[in-house]
Design a protein around this ligand. Structure first.
Ligand code: GSH
Length: 209
């Protein structure tokens, strides 16, 4: 298997799961700063021109959530639970995250991390203010749902925890309003103890994400 990645939030999700389940992947770095994701060879793998992407035999998978689920299922890891009801719970959180939480937290990450890193100009203050307005109620939902739970599904870690928490390490820098939410703080601190989440990228090539 080949896992195409770069040191960004969506690359982190795929690489962390590959490391966590010890998947037999060759990590292939696609340098976004050099436009390697728009090269014809790479577009043949992911026509969206984005990382991550996975090649597993004849199968090509793009979208970090799908890659995480595929790697976890293939490794028979609890990160993708066997119980169909729990699989639906994972899908619920992945959908909620894409549609609501990281959708807007991602706008903050893009404006405050990606733009300066790639020289894409100043933050769009209108987009930032809107994103903060949109994400704030979902932060409160997340905190309430985490009450009394170790992880999103209860006792055990799943790919949903990785997906939903991916912008949290940048919360201060991007102005994600999570201050005062103790369940989120506790959950985030716990995730920070997981070696594959702490250090997701191949050692020799890791750069500050
Ligand atoms: N929904 C996609 C998003 C992928 C994505 O936006 N990747 C970013 C890096 S985090 C990227 O490749 N950006 C380059 C570009 O859009 O030109 C996923 O979850 O994989």
């Amino acid at each position: 298997m080949k896992l195409y990645y770069f040191e960004t939030i969506n690359g982190k999700k795929a690489c962390a799961v590959a490391k966590y389940v010890d998947a037999p992947v060759e990590f292939v770095r696609v340098d976004l700063s050099r436009g390697e994701h728009k090269a014809p060879d790479y577009l043949a793998i992911n026509p969206n021109g984005k990382i991550p992407a996975l090649e597993d035999g004849d199968i090509r998978i793009w979208e970090s959530n799908a890659i995480m689920c595929h790697l976890a299922r293939r490794a028979k890891s609890d990160l993708w639970p066997v119980d169909p009801a729990k699989q639906i719970e994972v899908m619920k959180w992945l959908s909620w995250n894409s549609e609501h939480f990281t959708r807007h937290a991602g706008t903050l990450y893009f404006n405050h991390v990606v733009k300066p890193k790639f020289g894409l100009g100043a933050a769009d203050e209108k987009a930032v203010a809107e994103a903060i307005g949109f994400v704030t109620p979902f932060v409160a939902v997340l905190d309430r749902e985490l009450e009394g739970r170790t992880f999103l599904l209860g006792d055990h870690l799943t790919v949903a925890d990785f997906a939903v928490s991916v912008t949290l390490p940048y919360a201060d820098k991007i102005g994600l309003p999570i201050k005062g939410y103790n369940n989120i703080a506790r959950w985030h601190a716990q995730l920070g103890q997981i070696p594959a989440w702490q250090d997701p990228f191949p050692a020799a090539k890791a750069a500050a994400a």
